[in-house]
Design a binder for this molecule. Structure first.
Ligand SMILES: [Zn+2]
Length: 109
């Protein structure tokens, strides 16, 4: 999809444990349909020590990927989670807020 959520966008989590949380998009995996959002969906990973591979055991906290459907783009203008709508201006395609129509695409995009 050409439109939608991209890296460095601000999104709101709309379902699950982190519902209502807001964060910056770190990774968008279009093939898997997953997204990694800064400071959201933390998972504790218990790693077992594997001395042969020089891996120390312990608890590692890391942002985990979640389905893109669990987040919505956050519109800074109307302060709402929103969907993206295509908008054409001067022959260029922009992403705009479905609710208030504000163009969300940053310069150069
Ligand atoms: Zn808006």
């Amino acid at each position: 999809m050409a439109l939608g959520i991209r890296k460095n966008d601000t999104v709101t989590i709309i379902s699950g444990r982190d519902k209502g949380k807001r964060g910056r998009v770190l990774i968008v995996d279009k093939i898997k349909g997953t997204i990694v959002v800064e400071n959201c969906n933390f998972v504790k990973r218990h790693t077992r020590a594997i001395p042969q591979k020089n891996i120390k055991g312990g608890i590692l906290e890391k942002e985990a990927p979640m389905p893109i459907s669990k987040v919505k783009l956050f519109c800074p203008e109307c302060q709402n989670p929103t969907s993206v709508k295509a908008k054409f201006e001067e022959g260029k395609k922009f992403r705009s807020c479905k609710k208030c129509g504000t163009i969300l695409t940053a310069k150069g995009a």
